[in-house]
Structures are given as C-alpha cells and as structure tokens.
Design a protein around this ligand. Structure first.
Ligand code: FPP
Length: 255
C-alpha cells in the first residue's frame, strides 16, 4: 500500500532541527522490509538487497546514537525466515556474522551495547560465538542499546516466557510476571514501531511489547532507508498526541 509521508519531503537538516528540544522515543523498533523488492527492481539477486540493507543498519544505528535514542531494536531474522531457500538463509547468516565481527570495534568506540533476542540456539555455532563475543565486549555500555531480533518470533517469545514461568514455579501470573520473563525484560517497551516498504503488518514482531507503540510506515525499501527517514518517523511520532486508550497524554502519565 502507498503511504503519504509529507515529512519525508523535508531535508535531513530540517527534520533534525525539528527534533531539537523534543521528548524523543526511548525505544524505536524497526521491521526492515523490502530488501528483496529493492534488489528485484534493479535486476539483482535478493541477497544484494540484504547486503545493501547493512548500510542502512549502520546509518540508523549512528543516527540513534547521535540524537540520543537509547534503545533500538531491529528485526533482522524472523522465526519464519528459516523457511527461505537455504542459500538465502546462509547468505543472511554470513552477513550477520560479518556485521558482528566487522562492527565490533566501532560499537566499542561508540559505546553501543549489542544484544540479541530470539531463539538464538538455532543460529549456526560460528554466528552464535561471534555474536556472544561482541555482546560480551559491549555489555558495559549504555549510550545506545542495539538489539538484533534473530530467529525471533513474538508468539515464540510468549511461549518461552510461559515455559520459564512454569519452570520457576510461580503461581501468581499477571502482566508484570509475563513482562519479567520476556527475552529482554530490562528494556522499555518500544514507543515507536517503524516498518519499511509500505506494508502494514506487525509480522509477529514484539507482540507483547508493542501494545502501546505508535506505528510509522514508509514506502521506502529498507536498503534506501537513511537517517532522514528515521528523523521523519520520529518527528511524526512527536507530533502525535499519545493517548494510550485514555484521555490525553498531555494530561500526564499513560493517559
Ligand atoms: C526483509 O526483506 C529483510 C530481511 C528478512 C532481512 C534483514 C536483514 C538485513 C537488513 C541485513 C542483515 C542485518 C544485520 C543486522 C547485519 P525481504 O527480503 O523480506 O524483502 P521483500 O519483502 O521485498 O522480499
């Protein structure tokens, strides 16, 4: 579906200026979509789209750090993505490994903590090992927490949470108990959920955590997504009155 986002007509500088002095989202979550279509529209193999998508990942990470968004979560590989052709899965795993190895020094230099959520035990051993190394080496940083959702499914996360609750012997189950057993219980819920490529689906991403998130959809395919598009999404978010199903966010609290 085509969306109209007039803010994307503005320049990066204009958008950035509109962020000054505003309360930014604490947590931005992004469904990176459209790599395949980006590649197909250029006559390339799908994997070229994923490769180009890494540049967008770098740019968005840098932008979040610069403007002061403390949590960024990227949907990099879903539970369903295991069903893709084995060559594409292998290429995505290779890209992921190259990213966590190749960006390690940069993440350390920029004081960015890397985390991962999902059924990580399904990842190839070498990817898991490099991921763990980068996570360990960045664990003490808090300037930006970059979380990669890998082999991730929102329903699977809830199943895993319930399993852990059962094992823990906890008999009193309420929202706070479920939240405490999610993959990253210490992260705030996303305030803003961005999806690229004009699709309006949630696709099994952070189902529990996005209960009150504002959504922003852009037509831009992920490999073309730049800081400017992120700023447009955040300005749009800031301009909305957040109600949380009650009266008015401006009246205070979760109203
Ligand atoms: C969706 O596009 C995108 C993915 C399934 C993978 C996203 C991966 C990257 C951006 C690169 C690796 C990530 C990191 C963090 C290094 P699609 O293939 O479903 O696109 P389509 O809907 O147009 O086919």
């Amino acid at each position: 579906m085509k969306v109209v986002n007039p803010l994307e007509e503005l320049s990066e500088e204009e958008l950035r200026a509109r962020l000054e002095g505003s309360a930014l989202p604490r947590h931005v979550a992004i469904i990176m979509d459209g790599n395949g279509r980006w590649a197909r529209s250029r006559g390339f193999a799908r994997i070229r789209g994923h490769q180009a998508g890494v540049k967008a990942v770098r740019e968005v990470v840098t932008a979040c750090r610069e403007i002061g968004v403390p949590y960024l979560t990227l949907y990099a590989f879903s539970s369903e993505n295991w069903e893709r052709p084995s060559l594409e899965v292998a290429a995505l795993m290779r890209l992921l490994k190259n990213y966590v190895v190749g960006e390690r020094d940069e993440l350390i230099e920029k004081e960015i903590r890397l985390r991962a959520i999902g059924r990580l035990d399904r990842l190839p051993v070498d990817v898991r090992a490099e991921l763990a190394r980068t996570m360990d080496r960045t664990a003490a940083f808090d300037r930006l927490t970059l979380t990669l959702a890998l082999s991730y499914g929102g329903r699977a996360e809830l199943v895993d949470a319930v399993r852990r609750i059962v094992v823990s012997g906890e008999e009193r189950v309420d929202e706070s108990v479920i939240s405490a057993h999610l993959y990253a219980p210490d992260h705030p819920d996303p305030d803003l959920l961005v999806r690229t490529s004009g699709e309006f689906r949630v696709s099994n991403f952070l189902l529990w955590e996005i209960a009150y998130a504002e959504m922003y959809v852009t037509n831009v395919y992920w490999p073309d997504f730049r800081a400017k598009h992120l700023y447009a999404a955040i300005v749009d978010y800031i301009d909305r009155e957040r109600r949380f199903g009650r009266v008015s966010a401006r009246a205070g609290g979760r109203g």
